[in-house]
Ligand binder design. Structure first.
Ligand SMILES: C[S@@+](CC[C@H](N)C(=O)[O-])C[C@H]1O[C@@H](n2cnc3c(N)ncnc32)[C@H](O)[C@@H]1O
Length: 212
């Protein structure tokens, strides 16, 4: 794990470095090794990542966090959108994926740890509350108790009016845990909007945009 940042100057994002992409086959291998963590057969498409980050509207945000960056598809777009003054970090529970995101986005701060530790990493970095939290965590794998705990942590880590953006694969509503997640969102956020299905992804997905 990386140590917290004490020097504010090091919070400034460096110019975008050369992007090193993770072999898609390795994503599938990681999914097979840890099916209960990954929840997808392939990384999200760049199309979805661009749409997610556009909806997140983070160009003026002070603090942005990504949960479950996988191989860094969203991270790449997040770094293109935030300003050098934005505080940003990502939490990834799978070490191979955390390394892949670090390789692809060397200027991003990526901790190998669970999203459940969000408040801890906000505190150790003295970042305060977040303007925006972006995630493609595998919600339909988490049981109701895990979902509630994480949604509670996420909601408590956002500023009033802060945004939470997550993707939910098409068909999630047909699964009990998918329904549980979707129905839980209004209990933790004051507004919940979803996009139409975005077909340019495997699997197709909807983007949920919530605000506290
Ligand atoms: C569906 S994949 C999405 C990866 C990537 N964001 C993308 O869109 O291609 C879900 C990611 O969440 C990570 N993950 C699962 N549970 C997590 C947790 N509790 N904390 C942090 N990351 C987690 C997985 O390891 C995986 O990288």
């Amino acid at each position: 794990m990386l140590p917290p940042v004490s020097n504010p100057a090091s919070r400034v994002a460096a110019p975008l470095a050369i992007e090193k992409k993770f072999n898609p086959l390795n994503f599938a291998i990681e999914t097979l090794k840890r099916p209960s963590l990954t929840g997808a057969i392939a990384p999200s498409s760049s199309f979805v990542a661009r749409r997610v980050v556009e909806l997140a509207d983070i160009s003026d945000s002070k603090t942005v966090v990504e949960l479950g960056p996988g191989t860094g598809v969203f991270t790449t777009q997040i770094l293109k959108s935030i300003s050098p003054a934005t505080d940003f970090f990502a939490l990834e529970v799978n070490e191979a994926f955390a390394d892949a995101t670090r390789n692809r986005c060397p200027q991003a701060r990526v901790y190998h740890d669970s999203a459940t530790k969000l408040s801890h990493y906000l505190n150790v970095n003295s970042f305060g509350l977040c303007d925006c939290i972006i995630t493609s965590l595998p919600w339909t794998i988490f049981n109701p108790h895990e979902q509630e705990q994480l949604l509670e942590t996420i909601s408590a880590s956002l500023k009033p009016g802060g945004r939470f953006i997550s993707i939910v694969y098409a068909g999630a509503k047909m699964r009990e845990r998918g329904r549980y997640y979707i129905n839980s969102l209004p209990l933790f956020f004051s507004t919940v909007h979803k996009t139409h299905t975005v077909w340019q992804n495997l699997p197709p997905t909807r983007i949920y945009c919530c605000s506290k």
